[in-house]
Design a protein around this ligand. Structure first.
Ligand code: CP3
Length: 357
């Protein structure tokens, strides 16, 4: 299917093939920093009502692409749709973020967890993928995504966001076998979810391990890495030109770059706490790299943004034997609601201009 794409820079870069410019997309490129997003959200009544409506999810997915020449669309949804479909009861409290009515705390809660059916319980996500793919008309590829098993487990055990991860870390220390059983079921669900998105039309797949970096290296190797490796090993990504590359993004994953590069994933996404020169040297061409501008750079003057973008591009090349191939430009984490859309325009323009071959 990728042969029909007007702009296939993203897929080519993820395969470490030559491109005319470095592709760029931004985590959370659809969101509250866009007035048209706030209008759609107000009309829908809530974030969840919007995410559960395939036409509205499609509309907000396309909004940033109408403004900026981005090289990819990302499905508008949330990582917490999966635990919601597992029966935990997702809701949002204004100003407090996501919460679950029924968090997972006891052995019986873990025993009740089952892989949801993708074409019934998560049908709205697959319908959104199909709708977006149709509306994109081959302009740019569509990225599907899931949370990582560890990151989903954090929300499922804590019952929402957390400052210290007290409950899930206590579970990791005191009841490691219970946490492993839970992570095993979540991993089955993540693999089924990503596969279903690919079959519905997603052309690249990203796993967000947003909270892997809160673990000590020893605990990361026990409770996050093995499940990322299992996804990379077992996920059916399709064949030939239609093969959907897998990106493993992790906040704070720099200590583990060698292991992630050997996982079988196609690309690794990194935050801004590691230089892309060092990261590129350490992965040694085994995977593509995605990142890693500090999102706060978007608060700076457009001239400064352009300079910082050039630095990230040149850092990658410096660590990759002088070549820009195998780099997907992104932020090191998601955008914030108070960012200026004009600064985003300046960033995308600077990435394309500075990286033109
Ligand atoms: O990148 C994109 O444009 C795609 C959309 C996307 C959203 N959530 C939309 C969203 C993606 C990829 C996510 C993933 C997600 N959701 C993650 C992993 C990504 C990361 O940032 O590391 C996490 C940890 C979540 C959980 C979650 N959902 C949080 C912490 C929040 C923010 C709550 C708040 O009030 O700020 C959400 C809600 C959410 N998901 C919003 C958006 C645009 C804001 C909802 C709103 O409009 O009020």
């Amino acid at each position: 299917m990728s042969d029909t794409l007007a702009n296939d820079r993203l897929l080519r870069a993820l395969r470490r093939q030559p491109v005319d410019r470095t592709p760029v997309w931004l985590m959370r490129q659809a969101g509250r920093y866009l007035p048209e997003y706030r209008a759609t959200r107000a009309a829908a009544g809530s974030f969840l009502a919007m995410a559960k409506n395939p036409e509205l999810a499609c509309e907000v997915t396309l909004q940033p692409l109408r403004r900026f020449p981005l090289d990819a669309a990302i499905l508008f949804s949330d990582i917490l749709t999966v635990p919601d479909a597992m029966g935990l009861g997702l809701y949002f409290v204004e100003g407090e973020g996501p919460k679950f009515e029924r968090p997972v705390r006891e052995e019986a809660d873990v025993a009740r967890l089952a892989v949801p059916d993708m074409e019934t319980e998560l049908r709205y996500v697959m319908d959104a993928v199909r709708t977006i793919r149709r509306e994109l008309g081959g302009k740019v590829p569509l990225i599907g995504f899931s949370g990582s098993p560890w990151t989903l487990a954090c929300y499922m055990v804590e019952g929402g966001g957390s400052d210290n991860y007290a409950r899930i870390k206590a579970m990791a220390f005191d009841r490691p076998e219970l946490l492993h059983r839970m992570l095993g079921t979540i991993t089955d669900a993540v693999i089924a979810y990503l596969s279903a998105q690919r079959v519905a039309g997603a052309q690249a797949l990203q796993v967000f391990d947003t909270w892997g970096g809160v673990l000590s290296p020893a605990l990361y190797r026990q409770f996050s890495l093995p499940y990322l490796e299992r996804i990379a090993r077992e996920l059916d990504r399709g064949e030939g030109d239609a093969r959907a590359p897998l990106i493993l993004f992790g906040k704070g994953n720099a200590p583990h770059l060698e292991a992630l590069a050997a996982s079988g994933a196609d690309a690794v996404g990194v935050d801004w706490l590691v230089g892309l020169d060092e990261a590129a040297r350490r992965v040694g061409g085994r995977v593509a790299l995605q990142g890693n501008l500090d999102p706060a750079t978007l608060y700076a003057h457009p001239r400064v943004i352009a300079g910082e973008a050039a630095r990230v591009l040149d850092d990658y090349a410096a660590g990759n034997g002088g070549s820009r191939e195998g780099h997907v430009f992104n932020l090191g984490h998601g955008m914030s609601p108070d960012m200026n859309p004009e600064h985003v325009a300046a960033l995308v323009e600077a990435v394309h201009a500075h990286s033109a071959r």
